[in-house]
Design a protein around this ligand. Structure first.
Ligand SMILES: Nc1ncnc2c1ncn2[C@@H]1O[C@H](COP(=O)(O)OP(=O)(O)O)[C@@H](O)[C@H]1O
Ligand SMILES: [Mg+2]
Length: 239
């Protein structure tokens, strides 16, 4: 069953079609990778689904609700969480305050925001940084903070925008472990990533974007053999 479904979703910036009539779905409990060259519209796709930006056209259904006309906080309340490519956080707040805020206002029935916050911090391994101001964290810390805030809303679908970018090998390993744990806890995952080897080792299915369109869809081995995908993105001899 699909938890998320888009039909003909479109978003232009002036004459540039960043997302051009995209239709796809995300099955419940799968890990779906979204890959493609820089500028192919991946982040814009996340932005129009989570309503950081309004789509120009098309529909989005999430968990039995049509969400493309809803404001982003309502979408979060329905259980759709996302992280950003560039860490987004409140500089002056501590790590714990920030995650508690997400639990309190972003979430689905969090009766005890403090408990939810500490669970989420433990989940990403940031419990020992609870009292640290967010802007003192390194890049990996900031990324984990964003993930903890997203987990604190108790999502059904987690959308991750380049979670591995800027991390060292050890951190990449840990982060992949976290994505695996997210899925094991019953959350569906949609993930934009350029680290193809890493993400293809994890994903059940992948869609490939190019110039706002979906040019391929299938299992990682299938799409990595696709002639057009090799041509516009992976290059010859990638695998
Ligand atoms: N807010 C914006 N205003 C104008 N152009 C944008 C905006 N956001 C993205 N774009 C353009 O839309 C295209 C797709 O960008 P983006 O979705 O960020 O791609 P990706 O995440 O695949 O690298 C790019 O050409 C980018 O420059
Ligand atoms: Mg992007």
């Amino acid at each position: 069953m699909a938890i998320l479904e888009t039909l003909n979703l479109s978003k232009s910036f002036g004459s540039l079609k960043a997302v051009a009539g995209l239709s796809f779905d995300v099955k419940e409990k799968e890990i779906l990778a979204v890959v493609g060259p820089n500028g192919s519209g991946k982040t814009t796709l996340f932005n129009v689904i989570s309503k950081v930006l309004n789509p120009d056209d098309g529909t989005v259904n999430f968990d039995g609700h049509r969400i493309d006309k809803l404001p982003s906080h309502r979408i979060a309340h329905l259980g759709l969480a996302r992280t950003f490519q560039v860490p987004a956080y409140f500089k002056s707040m501590t790590v714990e305050e920030q995650v508690r805020l997400a639990a309190q206002f972003g979430g689905r029935n969090s009766h005890d925001p403090s408990a939810t916050a500490s669970e989420s911090l433990a989940f990403v391994g940031l419990s020992d940084k609870a009292k640290t101001p967010a802007d003192r964290l390194d890049i990996y810390g900031k990324k984990r903070l964003m993930m903890a805030s997203a987990m604190a809303i108790k999502p059904k679908l987690m959308m991750l925008d380049e979670p591995l970018a800027g991390l060292n090998n050890q951190e990449v390993k840990e982060e992949l472990g976290m994505v695996t744990k997210i899925r094991e806890s019953g959350i569906t995952v949609m993930i934009i990533e350029h680290n193809i080897r890493a993400i293809f080792s994890l994903a059940d299915r992948t869609i490939v974007m190019h110039k706002g369109e979906k040019i391929a869809e299938g299992s990682p081995p299938e799409v990595s053999k696709n002639v057009q995908v090799v041509k516009v993105y992976l290059g010859e001899g990638y695998f």
